[in-house]
Ligand binder design. Structure first.
Ligand code: ATP
Ligand code: MG
Length: 429
């Protein structure tokens, strides 16, 4: 049956002004912080060839298996089109762009950040949507633990500016191509012996992406994995030393962390360091099992896998929707206009528009009713909007060239000349 009102696609949200007022400072803080660390902003297309994610994110991952919005583009009769997908994440596209624009020449060190919507067909819950926003940062060309530490410092510096409540950094090493396979083998053996206790999803993951079983949110699986072997005992010398040094640098930076050998991340491309910032807020204002607000790690093989020159890399992505949910817990009521102008009569409207235009060009928020309402109704509107000051403009004010500026908090009135400069000064004093 046809819908009476066409609604938004499930899991995709409208952000109305009240929400964007909350989001904007979060985005501004991310951009300012990342710029201070020298990350330059990249904006890549929202659509990419599906093959980029199949190769970049990995065939065995939930994202590629079942969460991507994919369609065939440009098919004509007798000729297949290209499979394209709405991007489910930002790392593979950024790497593609870096390779395509020859940014990864021998010895290059590149710091990039991105901010924008991502798309995954997931079951909608609080903090889990089908269109969601991430801000992410990537460092290409540095293999040293110093890069991991700096990247985590960038994420931490950003997050700590927000009112998120209790947040913990959990960190782990996933080893590399040398030592990880031995661990995965041991993990599979242990999980297989108790496969019947795993959720159906994880019974499948056991074949496709066994590490991800450690990350499953179902209680049954968590009981099983509580006593499976952890990776720390399997790390090779190089990975152990790298991890030790990362932790030492975090200590030096004063960034608190917990080593959690069960942190695995859902994407195939990670090597060595992986980390998550997890919210500990519980109850109404908390995020439930959507509590990871930022996640990342090292991916030393991805750039080579995507056809670029072998280049070590490390990155993170933070979920803005979840950050905004946490910030909304104690967000102060939004402030109102700096000034409401209340014109009475046509001549006053002309003067009021000129005055407002001039003050607005200076960046002041000036409100006016556009409906030709009377004095009382305009005053009510100014009050309701939370205007800091109100200025009534009628024939006598126009004649005398002076106005009375009323401060709404105190009721105090100041006389000033009917000139933008004088009014601005009165507003600021
Ligand atoms: P989760 O385990 O919660 O599914 P993930 O491992 O899939 O997370 P990443 O791909 O690492 O998450 O993405 C990094 C961050 O992006 C997450 O920590 C989260 O804050 C945010 N994020 C991921 N998926 C969603 C979603 N569907 N809706 C809202 N935010 C999301
Ligand atoms: Mg996920």
């Amino acid at each position: 049956m046809a819908e009476k009102h066409i609604t938004a696609v499930k899991g995709m949200n409208d952000l109305l002004p009240e929400a964007t007022a909350l989001w904007r400072p979060i985005e501004d803080k991310a951009k300012r912080t990342l710029s201070a660390f020298g990350f330059g902003e990249v904006r890549t297309p929202i659509l990419e060839k599906t093959s980029l994610f199949v190769r970049g994110v990995g065939e065995g991952t939930d994202i590629v298996n079942k969460e991507m919005y994919t369609f065939e583009d440009g098919a004509t009769e007798g000729k297949a089109g290209t499979l394209v997908s709405l991007r489910p994440e930002g790392t593979a596209p950024a790497v593609r762009a870096a390779i395509e624009h020859s940014q990864l020449t021998q010895g290059a060190l590149v710091r990039w950040f991105y901010l924008g919507p991502m798309f995954r067909r997931e079951r909608q819950q609080k903090g889990r949507y089908r269109q969601f926003f991430q801000v992410g940062a990537e460092i290409y060309g540095a293999a040293a633990p110093q890069a991991d530490a700096e990247l985590i410092d960038a994420a931490y510096s950003f997050l700590r500016q927000l009112d998120l409540g209790e947040l913990t950094l959990e960190i782990n090493s996933l080893g590399d191509a040398q030592c990880r396979p031995k661990y995965v083998e041991a993990l599979i053996a242990s999980l297989k012996s108790r496969a019947a206790d795993l959720c159906p999803e994880c019974q499948r993951r056991l074949e496709t992406n066994p590490l991800r079983v450690l990350d499953c949110k179902s209680e049954a699986c968590q009981r099983v994995t509580a006593d499976t072997p952890t990776i720390d005992g399997f790390l090779c010398g190089g990975c152990q030393e790298h991890f030790r040094r990362v932790l030492e640098l975090l200590d030096g930076l004063g960034i608190p962390y917990t080593v959690n050998p069960r942190i695995v991340r859902g994407l195939d491309y990670y090597t060595r360091t992986v980390f998550e910032f997890v919210s500990r807020e519980t109850g109404e204002g908390g995020l439930g099992s959507q509590s990871t607000v930022c996640a990342g790690g090292r991916y030393d093989t991805l750039i080579g896998d995507l056809g670029g020159p072998a280049t070590p890399a490390v990155g993170f992505a933070a979920g803005l929707d979840r950050l905004a949910l946490l910030c909304a817990r104690n967000a102060p009521a939004s402030s109102g206009p700096d000034l409401a102008i209340v014109p009475l009569g046509d001549a006053a409207v002309m003067k009021a528009l000129q005055l407002a235009s001039s003050l607005r060009r200076e960046g002041l928020w000036v409100d006016m009713d556009l409906r030709g309402s009377g004095l009382k109704s305009q005053m009510r509107r100014a009050d309701k909007a939370g205007a800091r000051c109100v200025l009534v403009l009628g024939d006598s004010e126009l004649e005398q060239g002076t106005v009375s500026l009323k401060r709404m908090a105190t009721g105090e009135c100041v006389q000033t000349a009917l000139e933008p400069d004088a009014i601005r000064q009165a507003l600021q004093s």
